[in-house]
Design a protein around this ligand. Structure first.
Ligand SMILES: [Zn+2]
Length: 241
């Protein structure tokens, strides 16, 4: 199915860095043949955020260059299908409910791994689904090696403070309050403070700083920001004090 659709969309106008193809257009959905700017890749079904994250990983990390122990939380197909096969990467995928490339049914807020295990972590649009996101952030920091990095993304509104209310439990109410049935909050500008409290040094890479020509070529949204988190020796000391 994907291979057939990819041929239908062969062209040169846009690029998908996740599968390396040049294409006529992106599509409206993961089975659609209608075109949409910044939509899905017709060959590998990457979403805009997956392409944005792949480019970031290429340009800002050593993921494609060095032997790596990688933890991919709730693996995203468009990234995991290649990362899990790369010779330099020892790939661990986890997900609470199980999905392709998740080897273990594991809760990210209670990880069964030893401390300082992974060189790198990818955690894309997961924390808004986690009831105790602060515990998850502490766990991600704990299992990361000193000098390691974590690429973390969440949907975020920088105009507000994080909105959450643990008494809002039903899926219906969560959709009304937080935008989706499976979300527990809407993150705001203080998201970085939570990551810092977990011990991370955080670098915000804003999507709007990406040149327009690059955004169009790779179908990248203007609101897909990357929180690039590092674990330094000093940050580990402060987190364990
Ligand atoms: Zn693709």
């Amino acid at each position: 199915m994907l291979a057939g659709r990819a041929i239908l969309f062969s062209g040169r106008r846009v690029n998908c860095p996740c599968c390396g193809w040049k294409l006529r257009s992106f599509t409206q959905g993961n089975t659609s043949i209608k075109t949409r700017e910044k939509g899905y890749c017709p060959r590998c079904n990457s979403k805009a955020r997956h392409r944005r994250n792949w480019l970031f990983l290429k340009e800002h990390t050593d993921l494609f260059k060095k032997p790596m122990q990688l933890l991919h939380v709730s693996p995203k197909y468009a990234l995991a299908r290649r990362l899990s096969k790369m010779a330099n990467i020892d790939f661990t995928g986890i997900d609470l409910e199980g999905r392709p490339f998740a080897n273990h049914p594991i809760d990210v807020s209670d990880l069964p791994f030893e401390s300082n295990k992974f060189d790198a972590i990818i955690c894309i649009h997961v924390l808004e689904h986690v009831v105790d996101d602060r515990a998850a952030m502490h766990e991600l920091h704990r299992v990361l090696k000193e000098g390691g990095w974590a690429l973390i993304t969440v949907p975020i509104d920088f105009q507000r403070r994080t909105y959450e209310d643990p008494t809002i439990q039903s899926a219906e109410a969560r959709k009304i309050h937080f935008g989706e049935e499976q979300h527990w909050r809407v993150y705001g500008f203080d998201f970085i403070d939570r990551l810092t409290a977990a011990g991370f040094e955080v670098e915000l890479n804003r999507a709007e700083d990406i040149p327009q020509t690059t955004q169009i070529k790779f179908g990248i949204m203007e609101n897909e920001h990357v929180f690039f988190c590092k674990k330094s020796k000093s940050s580990q000391r402060s987190a364990t004090q």
